[in-house]
Design a protein around this ligand. Structure first.
Ligand code: ADP
Ligand code: DP6
Length: 321
């Protein structure tokens, strides 16, 4: 029996700017997709997933991985593969934004790779998973989520070429003294269509100028985090978010944070969070808060009817015993 798992993620620094080559920091969290594979006595590959059971093909996500293996290696037959998602990826039938698709893509890629090669090569698995994910998302996206599902919490800059896989990454963990929570907004965000709208406007001079300002703030914030100066770092993250929201509203014509979400952020920061923000693409899913003691934030959010998800930082891809 092979047992592997890959983590979900929170992109708290570098949303959108990472798509256009900027720096980002992504936190891998302890909500995981788990892949178990066992040998069977038939020349098929059978899948059991929360989205259905399949033989020799699957849903779009499974097919993106199988097609990548067909093109580059082979698809191993004679296995029954189970993909299990921790429950926090979905609440009330809606995604929470923790990234089940990237974790599932990496877990399945790693499982098939391990069956074929008998070992895990993180660089190879990362490349295969990025290729599969790129196919499924029709070339939209920076790949930060796939990289975090493989390598854990990292500073990430995207690849420009899938074959060369010229991405940059550097592990960077959050100081253990901080707690992290997500408050589920109940509104699902449309990441791909939001990113497309940004891409459509990305040639304008104003867009480029603002992106530069955002990236400068994010670079400073990440340097400060490396020095463990979180109090100072968050000021730069917040400024970067102000520029990002301005860019989204004034140039792209979309709003990333609703009135209710602004209120959740304001209350969290008032009640003890060092920072609260709408991670990833924004436009819904969950609000992220980080701070030394978030008890009051949990309390107040819960009283507002918001479902709170507690998360901890976690490893990237790993073999489970
Ligand atoms: N374990 C799994 N097996 C197969 N497909 C999965 C699995 N987990 C997630 N997916 C696919 O990924 C989709 C969710 O991706 P998405 O809407 O981008 O949300 P998330 O932010 O959780 O990645 C599902 O609709 C399904 O198609
Ligand atoms: C906008 C982005 O920079 C971040 C999107 O992050 P999310 O965490 O919102 O992603 P999904 O799980 O796919 O919804 C696009 C990108 O970098 O690919």
């Amino acid at each position: 029996m092979i047992k592997l798992s890959a983590p979900g993620k929170i992109l708290w620094i570098g949303s959108y700017s990472v798509v256009f080559g900027g720096i980002s920091h992504v936190i891998a969290v302890n909500k995981r997709v788990r892949c178990n594979a066992k040998e069977i006595n038939e020349r098929n590959v059978i899948f059991h997933t929360p989205y259905g059971n399949y033989i020799n093909n699957g849903n779009e996500l499974i097919n993106s991985v199988l097609d990548t293996f067909k093109e580059r290696l082979e698809v191993p037959l004679g296995y029954e593969i189970e993909l299990h998602n921790d429950k926090e990826f979905m609440l009330d039938g809606k995604k929470t934004g923790l990234g089940s698709s990237s974790a599932a893509t990496v877990a399945l890629t790693a499982c098939l790779y391990y069956i074929l090669k008998g070992r895990l090569d993180l660089m190879e698995i990362h490349k295969l998973a990025q290729i599969a994910n790129y196919k499924r998302q029709k070339s939209i996206g920076s790949g930060f989520d796939i990289a975090a599902a493989v390598f854990g919490s990292i500073i990430y800059k995207r690849f420009t070429d899938l074959e060369k896989m010229d991405f940059k990454y550097e592990p960077l963990k959050i100081d253990k003294k901080y707690e992290m929570i997500l408050g589920f907004t109940g509104r699902s965000s449309e990441t791909v269509s939001l990113v497309k709208k940004f891409v459509e406007r990305s040639n304008s001079e104003d867009f480029k100028e603002l992106l530069k300002l955002i990236d400068e703030e994010n670079n400073i914030a990440i340097e400060l985090i490396k020095m463990n100066k979180y109090d100072e770092a968050v000021e730069h993250i917040k400024l970067g978010r102000i520029y990002l929201n301005y860019l989204a509203e004034r140039i792209v014509g979309v709003s990333l944070v609703s009135r209710e979400e602004e209120e959740m952020i304001r209350i969290a920061e008032e009640e003890g969070a060092l920072i609260a923000l709408s991670p990833g693409a924004g436009g819904g899913d969950s609000i992220f808060a980080l701070g030394e003691n978030l008890d009051k934030v949990r309390d107040v959010w819960s009283k507002m009817g918001i479902k709170v998800i507690n998360v901890r930082e976690d490893d990237g891809l790993r073999i489970e015993t």
